[in-house]
Unconditional design. Structure first.
Ligand code: HEM
Length: 424
């Protein structure tokens, strides 16, 4: 299938989904994301049951929330919808292997959540981002200047992963030559069978997480002994709400992994997704060439279009009415961000990338409420800087072959995007 057709669902796919009894629709099947065939599934739920109950699935019974307004309703009501009780992913904690016991502030409710978040959030606050921007620009430019012009290569590895690795190493003040370890640990963390639908090697995962824990334990001790700095490890090691985690390995590892995964998969896949989208909609690429001032809005639109985090899960702490349905205390509620971002009532022609879309920023890719993505400004800055530097150098980053996507119902991941560069 060519890049241009990639997101168009055939009539037969739409018909097939329409024939499934509504109560059996299961949007959590990882292959839907690998094949990129999820659109008619979510479209049907948004149309017929934006709050939908599935009584039985690989992940047990769960509610799917698929319209933009229902996603917002759950996301902004943290008093009823807990991140702590059952975790934030559709796969239950017990299905997360070695990380079942790890806790991070994204899996805490108030009042425990905010003080821990506040320990590290200054690292990605606007003031610090202004200081970081020149370094990120220099690192982005260096990557782009060393790309193999005239050859076909994998954009994901050479640009998306490399830039994200460099940025993460900067944020953690992590040994620069070991930066790819951060990517490896992050990739392994999100690869569990209930999420990927594949037979992941859990022994290899255990060894990698042990390596991660030991590396950060040592760095933490070193930073704790030095005066506080503006990197994530130093801020955790000195933060009032987090410094005691040196004696709580699961909490320490949990927060470190959160900060690695939070900044890795998401930004990486926005970079890859952006290239795919501009190739799929060449008229938008032309708009960008004519008007590079659209880059900041385009970044929001790319984050909406890609939706790097497919879902977030909550657990109801009490009975509640939502969209005319009664959710019971203890029920698992899954907010499908990917679907909220395709809601035609908010985003006309929602499957299309439109780099000047007036309300692109209303996307739900960063979530809302107390857990709203802590790194959202950093991610936007990184993407803006990268696209500014790309447009200085290349007329087009052309996708020249098949795009490979990951089998994963949590992270909307892209593994391979073969491209050729067309310099000015
Ligand atoms: C395009 C890029 C990104 C996307 C789409 C994204 C998406 C998200 C989402 C959906 C959440 C959960 C919100 C909720 O519960 O509803 C989240 C939380 C979080 N993100 Fe991001 N993220 C991105 C980049 C980053 C970066 C660069 C960092 C920096 C390290 C980061 C760090 C975090 C952290 C620490 C949290 C937890 C916040 C909390 O629980 O208070 N993210 N992100």
């Amino acid at each position: 299938m060519s890049v241009a057709d990639a997101s168009l669902d055939t009539t037969s796919e739409v018909d097939a989904v329409d024939k499934i009894p509504l109560e059996e629709i299961d949007v959590s099947q990882p292959h839907l994301f690998k094949n990129d065939s999820w659109r008619p599934w979510f479209a049907r739920l948004r149309r017929e049951a934006p709050v939908h109950y599935l009584a039985d699935s690989e992940n047990g019974p769960f509610w799917s929330v698929t319209s933009h307004d229902m996603v917002m309703a759950v996301n902004t009501n943290h008093k009823v919808f807990s991140s702590e009780v059952g975790g934030i992913a559709i796969a239950d904690r017990d299905d997360q292997g070695e990380l079942s016991k790890a806790v991070s502030f994204i899996t805490l409710d108030e009042p425990a959540h905010a003080p821990q978040r506040n320990s590290v959030s200054p690292a990605v606050a606007p003031g610090n981002l202004m200081d970081l921007e020149p370094l990120i620009r220099e690192r982005a430019a260096d990557i782009l200047d060393h790309l193999p012009v005239g050859e076909t290569f994998n954009w994901v590895d050479k640009v998306s992963v490399e830039l994200t690795a460099r940025m993460l190493a900067t944020l953690f003040d992590f040994p620069y030559d070991r930066r790819r370890d951060l990517i490896r640990w992050s990739d392994i963390t999100t690869a569990v069978p209930k999420v990927t639908g594949e037979d992941n090697d859990m022994e290899e995962r255990k060894a990698a997480l042990m390596d991660c824990a030991m590396t950060f334990h040592q760095l933490w001790q070193e930073r704790a002994a030095q005066p506080p700095k503006f990197d994530f490890i130093s801020m955790l090691a000195h933060g009032k709400a987090t410094k005691h985690h040196i004696n709580d390995p699961f909490m320490m590892l949990g927060n470190i992994i959160l900060l690695i995964v939070g900044g890795n998969d998401t930004t990486r896949n926005s970079i890859s997704g952006g290239v795919i989208a501009l190739n799929q909609y060449p008229e938008e690429y032309q708009k960008l060439r004519n008007n590079p001032e659209l880059i900041p809005n385009m970044v929001s639109e790319m984050v909406r279009w890609q939706t790097p985090v497919i879902h977030m899960r909550r657990t109801a702490l009490e009975d509640i009415e939502l969209g005319g349905k009664t959710i019971r205390k203890g029920d698992k509620v899954v907010m499908w961000y990917l679907s909220g971002n395709r809601d035609e009532n908010v985003f006309p022609d929602a499957d299309r990338l439109m780099i000047d879309r007036p309300n692109a920023r209303h996307h739900v890719s960063f979530g809302f409420g107390v857990h709203r993505c802590m790194g959202n400004r950093l991610a936007e800055m990184q993407l803006r800087v990268l696209w500014e530097e790309i447009m200085k150098r290349f007329k087009q980053v052309e996708v020249v072959g098949e795009v490979e996507r990951l089998s994963n119902n949590f992270i909307r991941g892209v593994g391979h995007v073969p491209v050729r560069l067309h310099p000015h």
